[in-house]
Design a protein around this ligand. Structure first.
Ligand SMILES: [Zn+2]
Length: 192
């Protein structure tokens, strides 16, 4: 795992991008199985995708176009980081980035359906970090999404005008994400 092991993450490489606003940003990363793992602590959650992301107008090309990469939202608890890391690596190693599923991802959760890619990535991560830690990580994500829901619902009640359309969409996504995580935990408990 390069300069990092299961106890620490060392982002010892970096590249630059120019975002939509024309401002240069530097990202730190390390390589895991040749996959760049980028420190993405400013994000809402960890994700994976192909470089460059659409919001980058220009970047320095140190990582070739089309390279699958992991954007890791670093938490203080390293157990959580390694669960995120291996879940996202699972998506990449299992070829999920080439599937066009992303828009429909949360559509089925209200009727109890989680897309296969999520369950496969959880199973992949379980092999590296263990089922117990995956449950702990998913419970953390469950609480995080629940807090977002509480926040938007609080704002909805507090403001006379309620939520704007964008906020309503965010609330809807957090609710679906929350439901998806419950289903993922249930799937892991069922598989024993
Ligand atoms: Zn996933």
């Amino acid at each position: 795992m390069g300069r990092s092991d299961m106890h620490d993450l060392i982002f010892d490489e970096s590249f630059k991008v120019i975002g939509h606003n024309g401002i240069e940003e530097k990202f730190n990363y390390f390589l895991l199985n040749n996959v760049p793992v980028i420190d993405y602590s400013r994000g809402l959650r960890s994700v994976c995708g192909k470089i460059p992301l659409t919001q980058w107008k220009h970047y320095d090309g140190l990582i070739p176009n089309g390279t699958p990469a992991i954007f890791l939202k670093v938490e203080q608890d390293h157990d959580l980081n390694f669960c995120s890391l291996y879940h996202e690596l699972g998506h990449i190693e299992l070829g999920h980035l080439d599937e066009e599923l992303h828009d429909e991802r949360l559509d089925g959760v209200q009727i109890g359906i989680v897309i296969k890619a999520e369950l496969e990535a959880d199973a992949y991560a379980s092999k590296f970090v263990g089922t117990e830690k995956i449950i702990k990580w998913l419970t953390f994500l469950l609480n995080m999404t629940q807090n977002k829901i509480y926040y938007f619902e609080f704002m909805e009640q507090k403001r006379e005008t309620g939520l704007c359309e964008e906020e309503k969409e965010h609330l809807d996504i957090w609710k679906k994400s929350n439901q998806e995580i419950k289903l993922r935990i249930a799937a892991i408990n069922k598989s024993g």
